[in-house]
Design a protein around this ligand. Structure first.
Ligand code: NAD
Length: 424
């Protein structure tokens, strides 16, 4: 048994949606909840000291009824160990299925991970490359431009994506295969706007939520949990919309900046000192204090399982934009709904990443590349429509946004499943 099992959370969300849609068939519910395949691999790596170290990696392929599997690869060492990580990738692959469906991109859900923390373990560049290429080799048979298209996630970047693309290409007769992976550097066939996509998409969803609640973003107070790709770009674009960042955190701690500070200034401090902690004019606070800071918009943009029932009771925000995957425990959802806080669930709030990943893949497949604005505008359309569809449904059925997005997504996947049927 895994504590705070993320896959149990993901399954509950599928079952909740099935209850609302009226799907009683247990086997169909199982089909929707379970991944199609979970591959667990060992990756032996020759370390710099000449010794061999064996790492564990996963790739979970949840559902491909609407298109090839799609989802990031993270390098991390969650507290629950490798068993927790397996459940985590299963959950994340499920969320990818629903995410692609809600923003209506023709892709399915996948996710991968290696149990390693490259930051705390200080792996050398060479060790990381051998690990990445070793993992690419082990999963090469189940990935491909028409099969399963990975992308970056926690502690992986365009560099690892390039190494995976290159390994895949070499294993397949040197066929140039940029469409096997997204989140690549621009020079490797990446898409403009991919780097900012998740944060920009989250900011678009906050804009739509603020419109729905008739809140102005001018001077709106924003709290960011995490200070990585998703949260910093969400912060920067919210700043451009007029909002002010008043508290942030990273793996080393949380800080409150009541007067507000520019993301760029906090980033510069983090780059110099290695953490947001110690930013001039800030006070160190606990994670709980960060999450329960009085603000307009809370962006949990780091890890899962951050908002439990206790924190939910003490939340003092109007909108939660879940830039991270699975930051809210199921027990917290009814409490948050009762408090009339509008949650933009992860599968919608952070779907900008997969929207632009999809557009990167399209560009790779056609060998023709769009400008930043063309890509960002296409993503804005998909994500805005996803928000509006879900918001309307939540009002119509008097359900929270998590349930509404899940209902829409499950219905869209079921429609494809019904068309295809089962073979053999
Ligand atoms: P990242 O590696 O760029 O940043 C992760 C951040 O989280 C870092 O600032 C790290 O210091 C911080 N962090 C780690 N442990 C923490 C803790 N205990 N408390 C507070 N902060 C902590 O990763 P990312 O790409 O920004 O991903 C963050 C979340 O967003 C993940 O849940 C990921 O699945 C999700 N997400 C990311 C993308 C994307 O395109 N980057 C897309 C969809 C979803």
């Amino acid at each position: 048994m895994v504590k705070n099992d993320p896959f149990a959370n993901a399954t509950k969300q599928v079952n909740d949606a099935c209850d609302i849609i009226g799907i009683k068939d247990k086997e169909l519910r199982k089909y929707l909840a379970m991944p199609n395949k979970v591959l667990r691999v060992k990756i032996p790596v020759k370390m710099d000291n000449g010794k061999i170290r064996v790492f564990t990696g996963f790739r979970s392929q949840h559902n491909n009824d609407r298109g090839p599997y799609k989802g990031g690869i993270r390098y991390f060492d969650p507290e629950g160990g490798v068993e927790y990580m397996e459940r985590e990738v299963m959950a994340l692959s499920s969320w990818m299925t629903w995410k692609c469906a809600i923003v209506d991109v023709p892709l399915g859900g996948g996710k991968g991970a290696i149990y390693v923390n490259p930051k705390t373990e200080k792996l050398s560049e060479g060790e990381l490359e051998r690990l990445t290429r070793g993992f690419a080799f082990k999963i090469s048979e189940i990935i491909g431009p028409g099969k399963d298209i990975p992308a970056p996630d926690v502690y992986t970047t365009g560099k690892e994506m390039t190494q995976i693309m290159d390994t895949f290409s070499k294993l397949n007769g040197n066929v140039y295969s940029p469409g096997v992976i997204t989140g690549k550097p621009i020079s490797m066939g990446g898409s403009l706007a991919r780097n900012v996509a998740t944060g920009l998409g989250a900011a678009y969803t906050v804009r739509e939520a603020a419109k729905a609640l008739k809140i102005s973003l001018k001077g709106a107070k924003v709290v960011l949990q995490g200070f990585g790709n998703a949260s910093t770009f969400a912060g920067e674009y919210l700043e451009k919309m007029g909002a002010k960042i008043i508290a942030v955190s990273d793996s080393k701690g949380s800080i409150s900046i009541p007067k507000g500070a520019k993301v760029s200034a906090i980033l510069a401090h983090k780059e110099e000192k290695g953490s947001v902690v110690g930013f001039p004019g800030s006070t160190k606070i606990s994670t709980e204090e960060l999450l329960t800071t009085k603000c307009d918009v809370l962006v949990p943009g780091a890890l899962e399982n951050q908002i439990d029932a206790k924190i939910a009771k003490n939340l003092k925000c109007k909108i939660i934009a879940e830039a991270a995957n699975g930051p809210t425990l199921p027990e917290a959802d009814p409490i948050i709904y009762q408090k009339k806080i509008l949650v933009i669930p992860d599968i919608l709030a952070n779907s900008g990443g997969v929207c632009i990943s999809y557009l990167e893949w399209v560009q790779n497949n056609m060998g023709y590349y769009w400008s930043f604005d063309e890509v960002a505008n296409k993503m804005e359309k998909n994500i805005t429509k996803g928000f509006k569809d879900a918001y309307e449904l939540s009002k119509k059925h008097k359900i929270d946004m998590r349930k509404a997005t899940m209902v829409l997504a499950v219905e869209r996947v079921l429609e494809a499943f019904d068309q295809k049927g089962i073979w053999p």
